[in-house]
Design a protein around this ligand. Structure first.
Ligand code: XUL
Length: 526
């Protein structure tokens, strides 16, 4: 008999769903709803409300609630066997926050299926809009909290990350400073993930250790709210936060709203949601310490799982709780594809195929040529003044510059992930540039590790569906093993494995020292 589990992912631009059948180990349904297209009246662009201040990025919590109704209606229409779903879980874009007044609990407990979620939730918000992860308007608050906590190193070791503009704590502090009355009227604060989980559960849902770690408010080692961090952020904050819990933990039966309106199984369990990055780590099948994935997208992101909680004393990387227990790390390099594209355009290279051929035509190590591609302000290492830096590299040599940009990016990844003390056994790669074997060879050689390509359609919602299955099995006393649970759902692309070349590895083991020296020199000048 089918065992169906539902996973939802509320990302910046869309709400997606994946239904899995644990018996056949198959994804049986997937769908996405794009906010800009499906909910025109919010006038969002890429999920963000319009506005003049480029540092301010907000979205509408009502839009996320409306999307939830629309997606459930769509599932019902498409004949998804909602009556057989055993549990629901989900994930949300990290860091975004939702502010409620004292009416929230009653509204959630009495969701009326004759009305929409939007109507049910009218009048419960203490703040109309939600700052999201793209917001960078809280530099002052970051500095204030960091100072009160005692500096970068201490903040990172306490909360898992240095203070970052998009993190929820600095955002809450800004709200408290700029609108103290509305802050005082706020009885409860949710993350995007816990806001949606609350609707499914019909009560205020806990925040999980994964998403909670993206707030600069959670004690990363003990997985409890850090009183020190709460105090450094805003008054009476503890009273406004829900409890922390493991993602996938059962909250209770799903709200009757979804049962009556969409025919959801009355026995279906609502579980704690997580952030999109922790969920995607699950969806990619990364559950054992030392497993690493690299997404070569607009920005390049390095994800890893980690058993012991180590934090980055330079405050560049993040540590979050991982849904499979233990920890995960996330390091975001902003100048990813964007920088590769700039180089391709600069040298008039027609496509990525030609770019890859030029890289392959040059020797590993590039005869010592180094390129630091900080076309935009960089997160890792922290660079506020953009600039391109070349060392022993002729700007006129197109092929050498193509190799240099990718080598530089991969050397930077190796250097700036050393604090994790994780020697990866295998690296899974996703994203646009992962189609190019010449680039993947550079990655395998720099990291001295086999690299495999992985295709990730909706890996985040898949991770959420697996999380709901885990929660349901654990609740039934079945002691589920993550390794068994994720097996078969995510597979690397066949024959995509690239092994490191021993000679090239030796070259990069030396070149990393030069790279680090060049980076220090360049950082001294910016
Ligand atoms: C992670 C981050 C983003 C959002 C995107 O720190 O800010 O990856 O989670 O949804």
């Amino acid at each position: 008999m089918a065992k169906l589990f539902l996973g939802l992912d509320s990302s910046t631009q869309s709400l997606s769903t994946v239904v899995i059948d644990l018996e056949s180990r198959k994804v049986v349904y997937e769908k996405s709803l794009n906010f800009d297209q499906a909910l025109l009246h919010y006038k969002t662009r890429n999920g963000v409300l319009p506005g003049r201040n480029p540092l301010l990025k907000h979205s509408s919590p009502l839009m996320w609630a409306e999307a939830l109704d629309l997606l459930f209606a769509q599932m019902k229409n498409d004949g998804v066997a909602l009556g057989k779903i055993l549990a629901v879980s989900g994930s949300g874009q990290q860091h975004g926050s939702v502010y409620f007044n004292e009416r929230i609990s009653a509204a959630l407990e009495n969701l009326d299926s004759q009305k929409s979620l939007m109507e049910n939730l009218k009048g419960v918000f203490a703040r109309k809009t939600s700052p999201i992860w793209m917001d960078s308007s809280t530099a002052a608050e970051c500095a204030e909290i960091r100072k009160k906590l005692g500096g970068v190193r201490y903040t990172a070791s306490r909360t898992g990350s240095d203070t970052f503009e998009r993190f929820t704590g600095p955002q809450i502090r800004k709200f408290y400073k700029t609108d103290p009355d509305a802050y005082a009227k706020t009885s409860s604060i949710a993350l995007v993930s816990s806001f949606l989980a609350s609707q499914l559960a019909g009560k205020i849902a806990p925040i999980d250790y994964g998403d909670g770690a993206g707030m600069n408010l959670m004690d990363i080692r003990n997985k409890v709210w850090s009183m020190e961090a709460l105090k450094a952020t805003a008054p009476s904050l503890k009273l406004k936060l829900p409890p922390l819990a493991a993602s996938g933990q059962v909250i209770g039966k799903a709200s009757a709203y979804f049962v009556n309106k969409y025919g959801l199984n009355p026995e279906a369990l609502a579980t704690v949601w997580t952030g999109d990055n922790p969920a995607s780590v699950l969806g990619l099948g990364l559950i054992k310490p030392g497993q690493v994935a690299i997404s070569l997208g607009t920005s390049d992101t390095f994800f890893g799982t980690m058993q012991k909680c180590l934090t980055d004393e330079n405050g560049e990387g993040h540590v979050f709780g991982a849904p499979a227990g233990d920890y995960m790390t996330l390091i975001c390099f902003k100048n990813g594809s964007l920088a590769r594209e700039k180089i391709r355009e600069h040298y008039g290279i027609k496509d990525w195929d030609a770019f890859g051929k030029l890289v392959a035509s040059t020797p590993p190590g590039n005869n010592g040529g180094i390129l630091l591609p900080w076309f935009e302000a960089e997160i890792v290492p922290r660079v506020n003044k953009p600039g391109i830096h070349r060392f022993d590299l002729d700007e006129k040599d197109a092929a050498a510059n193509c190799r240099a940009i990718f080598e530089g990016q991969m050397l930077s990844m190796r250097l700036h992930s050393q604090w994790m003390q994780v020697a990866p056994e295998k690296i899974f790669v996703t994203g646009g540039a992962s189609n190019d074997r010449a680039l993947l060879q550079v990655l395998a050689d720099v990291m001295n590790c086999p690299v495999l390509r992985i295709e990730v359609s909706k890996s985040t919602a898949l991770g959420a569906a697996l999380q709901s299955a885990h929660g349901w099995l654990a609740n039934a006393g079945q002691n589920p093993k993550w390794e068994k649970l994720v097996a078969g759902f995510t597979k690397p692309v066949q024959n995509s494995e690239i092994r490191p070349d021993k000679k090239a590895v030796k070259i990069y083991d030396k070149l990393i020292e030069k790279y680090a020296a060049c980076e220090s020199t360049a950082l001294d000048t910016v």
